[in-house]
Every structure is written in structure tokens, then in C-alpha cells.
Design a binder for this molecule. Structure first.
Ligand code: MN
Length: 294
């Protein structure tokens, strides 16, 4: 394990406040996988460069067993974080990987992949998240890229207050995440906070940021954020970061990034800048050109 104990918390003088609490929408996707869409399409501009966050969690096999058979993506990146369970990924670029307890799969769809995500269990809990990160216009048609990180390959650290941090992306307390991106500068942290502990993260005021509490409860600048809620953090000009205080033992995703400020046109699994580019994606998919490796 890449675990180091960090003595010094970064200094955050003024925390961002909570602009809005979001419960998300119960829905299903793929071949009938039940999930909660936490970051919905109407929030894509507010939370640019993030396009979607799905939370899935069930101990009922009927809720997940059918998985996500072959489907395409173009124009963005998908980051799947598996808290519990096992899922097999296969794609048209020839990648295959088993995603399980605590692992992350980072896939850059770029100009296009067709892939499947199928559960490899017939019972027990399946729990995790899928985050969609947009690509800038100039990178949308790049060659697809893919990597699996097992739980032990993700950088981790523990603060003096006992907050255990898993660094999926970005940088915190001087520790770099498994993936970094220059254009959108995403931070994606999983925080395990013991009751009473605080965690501070410096954030540029122009970056959009949110947290999602998946266990327990926290507060930010005096505002309670209960379990299964996303809190959108205000872009307060005077704030230099966020301070999260655990009211009870809590597990929290902290996500931030630099907005692209480009037009967003989404049609299902395709996210481009113009309607014409969406028509092109649909015709490429229909003609079997979307997942071509050549
Ligand atoms: Mn997919």
C-alpha cells in the first residue's frame, strides 16, 4: 500500500459554502441496472467539466445482474470506482479488465469505444460510482485510452486527524492521484472521516466542485450534508478551499475541476460540442466505424 501519514494540513482560511443540496434521480441504465443519477444533465454547465455522476449500490442481484452490454461512447472520459463487487470490462480497443473492491477503471473514450461492463457475481453487494469527465474540443477525437487501478495501486494517505484519503485524480496535501489531466485539472478524492475530524482541501475559486456523502454525515461552513446527498460548493471569490467536518463517521467523494467553458451537446453516450458532431457519431456508430481501432 502507498500509505503515508501526513502531519501538516494545508491551510484553508475561508471555506466555500454549500450552494445547493442534490438528492439525484432514481433511474436504470444498461440492461436494467438500478442506480441514482446524482449529477444530472441539467447540472452539466454548473459543474463543468463533469457531465454525470451515477451512484449504484444494492445487495439485490436483480438490481445489477444484467450489467451494461455492448454500448458506445465518444467525446469524454468515464471513471468507474468500485467500492464493493466485481465487474468485467471489455472494449473494442482490445482492453479487458476486472474491476473489483476499491479499484478504479479510467477510460478515455476519445473518438470512440464500444464496451460492455458485466457483473461477475451472482449475489452480494455491488456498490460504486461512475463519473463522466468531459474532454476539451481538441481532444474529443483522440485515440481511446484505458487503465485499471487495483485498490493497492491508488495513492493513499492519512491526515493527522485520522482522515484516510484515496487519491483517484489530482493532487492533495502534496500527494498526486493515480491520474492527472492538464486541461481540466480534476481532483477526485475518496475521504474516510472519523466522527469529529476535519479535512481541508485548497481549491482555486474558478474551479467547480462538489462532494457526495455516501456514508454518515458532514457539515461545510455550518451546513449539514446528510448521506446520499451531493453538495454543490459555491464558487465564493473569497474562499481558498473547502473544509469538511464529519458530524459522524463519514465517507465522502470530493470532486473538483477547471471548467472547459465550451458548448456541451449530449445525445446519450455521445458528448460533443455541436449537433453536427452528434450526427457524425450516430452515423459512425450505425456504420460500424465508431469502435474501429485502425
Ligand atoms: Mn459505458
Amino acid at each position: 500500500m502507498n500509505t503515508t501519514t501526513i502531519i501538516n494540513m494545508p491551510n484553508v482560511e475561508t471555506s466555500r459554502t454549500v450552494e445547493q443540496l442534490v438528492a439525484g434521480q432514481a433511474t436504470s441504465d444498461g440492461a436494467g441496472v438500478k442506480l441514482t443519477r446524482v449529477l444530472t444533465q441539467n447540472l452539466q454547465h454548473r459543474l463543468d467539466p463533469f457531465l454525470m455522476l451515477d451512484a449504484f449500490g444494492s445487495d439485490q442481484p436483480d438490481d445489477y445482474i444484467a450489467g451494461f452490454p455492448d454500448h458506445p461512447h465518444r467525446g469524454f472520459e468515464t471513471i468507474t470506482y468500485m467500492i464493493a463487487g466485481r465487474m468485467l470490462h471489455r472494449d473494442s480497443a482490445g482492453h479487458e479488465g476486472l474491476l473489483e473492491n476499491g479499484g478504479v477503471q479510467w477510460m478515455t473514450a476519445g473518438k470512440g469505444v464500444i464496451h460492455s461492463e458485466i457483473p461477475q457475481q451472482e449475489e452480494g453487494v455491488m456498490e460504486g460510482f461512475q463519473l463522466w469527465l468531459n474532454l476539451p474540443r481538441r481532444d474529443k477525437m483522440n485515440t481511446p485510452w484505458y487503465r485499471d487501478f487495483k485498490a493497492g495501486e491508488l495513492p493513499k494517505f492519512v491526515t493527522q486527524e485520522g482522515v484516510a484519503v484515496t487519491m483517484i485524480a489530482g493532487e492533495s496535501h502534496g500527494v498526486r492521484g493515480a491520474v492527472t489531466r492538464d486541461t481540466t485539472q480534476p481532483n477526485y478524492l475518496d475521504l474516510h472521516l472519523p466522527a469529529g475530524a476535519r479535512f481541508a482541501q485548497q481549491l482555486p475559486a474558478g474551479h467547480n466542485a462538489f462532494i457526495y456523502v455516501y456514508r454518515g454525515e458532514v457539515s461545510i461552513a455550518g451546513k449539514a450534508v446528510p448521506a446520499q446527498r451531493m453538495a454543490i460548493l459555491a464558487n465564493d471569490a473569497q474562499a481558498d478551499g473547502v473544509v469538511i467536518e464529519a458530524s459522524a463517521d463519514a465517507r465522502v467523494l470530493l470532486v473538483s475541476g477547471m471548467p472547459l467553458k465550451e458548448p456541451i451537446v449530449q445525445y446519450g453516450p455521445f458528448v460533443m460540442n455541436t449537433q453536427d458532431e452528434i450526427y457524425q457519431a450516430l452515423s459512425d456508430f450505425r456504420d460500424g466505424r465508431l469502435g474501429e481501432t485502425a
